[in-house]
Design a protein around this ligand. Structure first.
Ligand SMILES: [Zn+2]
Ligand SMILES: [Zn+2]
Length: 225
């Protein structure tokens, strides 16, 4: 696998600050045409006076604190602009589900392909996540060879729900990549009824894809002659 260095959030942030500094320096430097090299140099020194440095320090501190607060409240800011979210997530410690899988806070089900755990914010009466051990970003990153995995996830999901509530009404599905909250493939296994109207939105057709549909998409098209 080709692995190239991917920047972390903090690094991206610091790089942006550095760029800002460079841009401000240049605007400052060229805003008045210097008469000669000495004037040029003096102007550059003036730019580095204490007021500028203090201002920059305050700006950096305040915005960094704001960034930290944002991160604490909302998690990682969207990074698609800079990088592939999947690559960021693949760095150990960045993917929530990989963390659960590898740090082994024992999930209630585990086999050689998937783990299962209760959703932290259940939208139905019972809400389980079936998560493959392999880091797959979302359904768009599945290959034909993954059909077996999807079938397995569907089977495990159904088996677990049957153990908990044999007579329940079940819903299984993946979120559309554009509405995916966590960039690690997961199948929702839900026992109805839903808890709120927002749950209804979450499992509505445009953003919720059933495992059957995923398999149909991956399966080779039958030739009709
Ligand atoms: Zn992951
Ligand atoms: Zn989801």
């Amino acid at each position: 696998m080709d692995y190239s260095w991917k920047f972390d959030n903090h690094e991206l942030y610091l790089i942006n600050i550095l760029w800002l500094f460079v841009i401000i320096s240049y605007i400052n430097l060229f805003s008045v045409r210097p008469i000669n090299n000495v004037a040029y140099f003096n102007k550059y020194l003036a730019m580095l006076n204490s007021t500028t440095i203090t201002g920059l320090l305050i700006f950096t501190t305040v915005s960094y604190a704001g960034y930290k607060l944002y991160k604490k409240a909302w998690g990682n800011p969207p990074l698609n602009k800079y990088d592939d979210k999947d690559q960021i997530a693949s760095i150990p410690g960045h993917c929530l589900f990989c963390k659960i899988i590898h740090t082994n806070k024992e999930p209630f089900y585990r086999d050689d392909k998937v783990v299962a755990f209760y959703d932290k914010y259940p939208i139905g009466r019972i809400h389980i996540q079936i998560v493959p051990l392999r880091h797959i970003k979302n359904v768009w990153h599945l290959k034909r060879s993954d059909i077996e995995l999807i079938e397995h996830m569907r089977q495990v999901g159904e088996r677990l729900l049957r153990n908990i509530d044999p007579n329940g009404e079940y819903v299984f599905g993946f979120h559309h990549p554009l509405c995916n909250s966590i960039p690690h493939l997961h199948m929702h296994a839900i026992v109805l009824p839903l808890k709120s109207w927002s749950g209804k939105v979450e499992i509505s057709k445009p953003i919720f894809i059933t495992p059957e549909k995923v398999i149909a998409k991956l399966a080779p098209k039958e030739k009709i002659n």
